[in-house]
Design a protein around this ligand. Sequence first.
Ligand code: ALA
Length: 401
Amino acid sequence: MLPESIREDFPAIINNPDTIYLDSACMALKPKKVIDAILEYYSNLGGCGGRSAHRLAIEVTERTEEAREKIARFFSAERNEMVFTRNTTEGLNMVARGLNLEKGDRVLTTDKEHNSNLIPWQKLAGRGIKHEIVPSNPDGTFNIEAFKERMNRDVKVVSIVHTSNLDGYTVPAKDIGEIAHDYGAIFVLDAAQSAPHHPIDVKDVDVDFMAFSMHKMAGPTGVGALYGKYELLRELEPLNYGGGTVEDTTYACATLLEPPERFEAGLQDYAGIIGAGAAVEYLKAIGMREIERHEVELNRIITEELKDLSGIRIIGPQEPELRGGIFNFTINGLDSNQMAVLLDEKYGILVRGGKQCVNSWYNSQGIEGGVRASFYIYNTEKEVRYMAEAVREIMEMLEKA
Ligand code: ALA
């Protein structure tokens, strides 16, 4: 397990002493190093990047490019393959709208996609592009046979949630990518929940595009990135055009810069980007394998405590080692959001209830919502045992009522 001293790095933990934060799948807390990097921009720099030639602007350009380099290296990518975005959602929309898909092309996703990897593909129906769902196995694991059955040369894109925000399960991305590539399809990963919790080498996985958010990686809000293989980025139509994306324009046309600059229209969130660089450095110093192990250990403890409790059902695979840092469950007799509010008000435990942006899966199962505890580097054994105790007390209370 990671040392508890990590908690001292997080002002939000120190400043909220009576809370147990178990909602990192939605938003991770930020260490002081990240906050300091953001503040440094506002206090000492303040200029724009990539444009003006004065000293503050040059410094900002250098610092944002350093951050790009750090983030690229974190995933074993090249600097020119990493495009800054606002978040995973923006990255996935960029891919869905920027690929040159045509009438009759097919796009495959799974039945467990976040709305951000669902709606952008659904919306292509107006152009005659067919979006189809690969059903998961009953325990939520990836159904490779169902996937293979659906593959043919009309499938142009396979876009899959790498680690699910619903149940923490991580798909066998390398195998999926290999099959997608055998049929000439583009392979896209929604890495919002994998990038913060697992080591990823984009070259090893051989993914074509991968979108992620820094706010789930101990980084600032409002900054994410889209990784794309350079040749594919060159063919992708930008979502936004404007300042900072062109070599030159006339009244009639524009010559775009090469990637990644051509995708970053308008002034950027320089403070956030510099903070994002600090966030990956912070995670790297802890070690992604260590982070992975820590979360599974916490998941093992809470699973052991609650798996046999009458009235609750764990969503996804029952084995904690397949669920990473997510423990999501349904309860008999209480709405998931009511349960989340009760955990907060009575015990100071902060979790997320409801459909967690995976409405389609919950609706298909006829389930109103889940109560999701999600763990990160700062959570402790004591906290998850306390959560288990709280759930047991609430369930006893419900039985008596
Ligand atoms: N996708 C984020 C979550 O699962 C917002 O909470």
